[in-house]
Design a binder for this molecule. Structure first.
Ligand code: PEP
Ligand code: MG
Length: 748
């Protein structure tokens, strides 16, 4: 009854305060209480009385309780209901003369929760020493969901004391991990949004119980099936996650709470939302990290149940993307990102996802700023909230105040101006001040990368990561699919060269449709050329597609993760087999074929002479080379940043490669992230490198650097430092190189 009446009140065209007043009156009447009051949490964590039936009306928007103060503060802090037959004897009771509540003894208060966050407190009071039943507590909690919706929507915004803001709408800032450069200002779009439960009130409780049970059984069996099939193709401990899922899905306490909630008169989906919000609140307050981690799993489970109950069509569709959309997601795959309309996307905020994760690669290709590791992001925002993503620093501003927004808008203008300056450099010859020509190429892997050729003026594609096509596909791309992509790439670049890299899968690059191999150390496991040599059909099909696509022009193909000369030679003979086959069957062939090896496994450093003679060219994958040189996982934030690529060990390794390859006249490119950072790129030029390949966004800054550089004095400085052991201050040459740049006014 109450819920039905509430729904009517929600639909009435009255002002927010009047609506609130009606609501508290209705609740009081329904709960047979003399008092019903709503306290709303403000951004300063005070709880302000927003509406009351029964207490003095003058106290509304006057009475405030500090965080933790009084019974109301206690409920807000603990996020748990509190029922007392004699409130005044409770040690936390705080007497407020203006409210006139001294005559009330019975007290029942519940937190107003949304996604586990406390937005306010709803209280009923009775003069009698009343004992509230479990059912009454449940009923009030259910009612509070309606209020949570109102508070979160921002409808109550202008009601509070002037100059204050509700906690639900307060500005928040986070510092996450920047994954892709850039600055985006826009409005929140939730990727896989929380299912919004519109239908709160049950018309037939038995029917709702049956729906709930059916949904649980369904979700449960789908989890069992996933576990049995073993086709778990996602990141690391996906199986653990599923096991946890199964654990929750069979947890009697959780299931009972769902049933109890339905019996208060709400729909199955509303019950899932309510119980989930309570669980979230409790788990967020837990100090046990294991427990907190499980929060996501429980969220997932609840979401599955909700989707099952309300059907998929309630999920925001991609077509509905507003202008200046900033996606907020727990995590996201690269294919999902590509489904959105790029022209409207301004940024992406993730709760999980590492620096070299595929989503980062795709986002960089699309030039969308990304910040990851923003804990809880998707549960503290509402669709449409203003949000700023700074992919340079990792800052995320949610509902920013006007001054913050203005300062970021200024920063965005500055950035745009700088981009414009870079764009103007694109037609200038890529030559240092002392006449050394540097070839700047693009790293690419998707069709969306190709417009960057023209925008940056790149001299070609120095690294085409062919695995990206495989990673974003639902199933294995056919030989035809592959050939088509390669042909499109070649058409797009015109007469500029493209260096394709054969599939670099395995390790962290898993294909959704390939069975996962459990490995202790995937980065040094079965990946890249190792898979190619063990499953030659993969490489053969790819090589054939490449040979056909490049008929009549040069094919440049290199192999990833080569550890020995023999591996390279075996891969080469596989490709030669395909050339032979095409020749025999009368297919046109490329005019020239160059096969290269990536230098990214340190063992090759000790057979440079051999590999440089075998291969037609070399390309340094500095991301992996540094990872293996320093034994520091490139995806592990605890270690990935602790070794400096501009320190003596790595610079000496890089010098060795340049020297040895130079001796036998084997061309070398650097194509890892190193080449795209201006100071690092400067050092590479000083070591003798003349060919660098990098992401599109890096070309402008690197070009600006080299146009101001005199290469020969830098070479001399580096030669001396590497011979003598460098800066006496430490093993890193970074300070000395930065000083050189500053002294010569080189923008790095
Ligand atoms: C590298 O390792 O530096 C590289 C270019 O390849 P990837 O980042 O794709 O492993
Ligand atoms: Mg690599």
């Amino acid at each position: 009854m109450l819920l039905r009446r509430l729904r009517e009140v929600m639909a009435e065209p009255v002002a927010a305060q009047a609506r609130l007043d009606r609501i508290v009156m209705l609740i009081a009447a329904n709960m047979v209480s003399e008092v019903c009051s709503l306290y709303v949490m403000r951004s300063d964590e005070a709880l302000e009385l927003y509406a009351t039936e029964g207490l003095n009306r003058e106290a509304v928007h006057q009475t405030k309780l500090r965080s933790g103060e009084g019974l109301v503060g206690l409920i807000a802090r603990s996020a748990e209901p509190l029922a007392l037959s004699d409130a005044q004897s409770h040690s936390a009771f705080a007497y407020r003369p203006e409210t006139g509540e001294e005559v009330y003894h019975g007290f029942l208060g519940v937190p107003v929760l949304r996604a586990g966050n406390t937005l306010g407190v709803l209280v009923v009071q009775n003069a009698a020493h009343r004992h509230y039943t479990e059912e009454e507590v449940e009923a009030l909690q259910t009612t509070s969901m309606v209020l949570a919706e109102m508070i979160a929507s921002g409808e109550l915004r202008s009601l509070g004391e002037p100059g204050t803001e509700t906690a639900a709408r307060r500005p928040l800032q986070f510092r996450g991990v920047p994954l892709a450069d850039g600055l985006g200002l826009g409005h929140v779009v939730l990727h896989e949004p929380r299912v919004v439960v519109k239908n709160l009130i049950a018309s037939d409780i038995d029917h709702e119980i049956a729906r709930l049970n059916a949904a649980i059984a369904d979700v449960r069996s789908s989890i069992d099936e996933m576990l049995e099939r073993g086709d778990i193709a996602h990141q690391g401990d996906h199986r653990d996650v599923l096991e946890t899922f199964r654990m929750f899905a069979n947890d009697q306490g959780w299931l009972r709470r769902l049933g109890d909630a339905v019996r208060t008169g709400i729909t199955a989906e509303a019950a899932v939302e309510r119980v989930q919000s309570d669980s979230r609140a409790r788990m967020m307050r837990s100090t046990d990290p294991y427990f907190r981690e499980r929060l996501h799993d429980l969220d997932d489970l609840a979401n599955r149940l909700l989707r099952r109950l309300v059907g998929r069509d309630l999920i925001a569709s991609h077509d509905a993307l507003p202008e200046n959309a900033i996606l907020v997601a727990r995590m996201m795959g690269p294919a999902a990102l590509l489904d959105y309309d790029r022209s409207r996307l301004r940024g992406l905020v993730l709760e999980e996802g590492g620096e070299t994760s595929h989503i980062a690669i795709v986002a960089r290709a699309l030039a969308i700023p990304v910040v990851s590791a923003v804990e809880n992001a998707s549960s503290v925002v509402e669709t449409g909230d203003a949000i700023i993503v700074d992919g340079d620093t990792g800052d995320v501003q949610i509902r920013p105040p006007p001054d913050v927004e203005a300062s970021y808008a200024g920063k965005a203008r500055l950035r745009a101006r700088r981009q414009e300056q870079y764009r103007r450099l694109r037609h200038l010859p890529s030559v240092t001040r002392d006449g050394v020509e540097i070839v700047l190429q693009l790293n690419a892997g998707l069709l969306v990368d190709l417009p960057h050729m023209a925008e940056t003026g790149a001299a070609g594609i120095g690294l085409f990561r062919t695995e990206l096509q495989f990673m974003i596909a639902e199933r294995m791309p056919s030989a035809k699919d592959q050939q088509r992509l390669y042909a499109d790439v070649l058409t797009a670049v015109g007469d500029r060269p493209v260096t394709f890299r054969s599939l670099d899968i395995g390790g962290d690059k898993l294909l959704p449709y390939m069975p996962r191999v459990d490995e202790e150390n995937p980065a040094i496991g079965w990946r890249a050329i190792r898979i190619a040599l063990d499953r030659p059909a993969l490489l053969r099909i790819q090589a054939r597609a490449l040979l056909k696509a490049t008929a009549g022009r040069e094919l440049r193909l290199m192999f990833p993760m080569v550890a020995t000369r023999t591996e390279f030679e075996r891969a080469r003979s596989l490709v030669e087999g395909e050339i032979e086959y095409l020749r025999r069957t009368g297919h046109p062939l490329p005019s020239q074929i160059s096969l290269g090896a990536m230098v990214e496994v340190p063992s090759l450093l000790f057979d440079l002479d051999g590999i440089a003679r075998s291969a037609d060219f070399l390309s340094i994958g500095s991301n992996d080379l540094m990872q293996f040189l320093f034994a520091a996982d490139r995806d592990n934030r605890l270690v990935s940043g602790r070794f400096d690529a501009l320190s003596l060990p790595s610079l000496r390794a890089l010098r060795l490669i340049a020297d040895e390859a130079g001796k036998v006249g084997c061309p070398v490119t650097v194509c890892g992230e190193l080449a795209g950072r201006p100071l690092e790129a400067m050092a590479l030029i000083g070591l003798g490198y003349r060919r660098l390949s990098m992401s599109a966004a890096a070309i402008g800054p690197v070009k600006a650097m080299l146009l101001a550089l005199e290469a020969y004095p830098l070479e001399a400085l580096l030669a001396e430092a590497l011979a003598t052991g460098g800066d006496p201050a430490g093993e890193s040459l970074r300070p000395a190189l930065a000083r050189f740049a500053a002294d010569h006014a080189i923008p790095v």
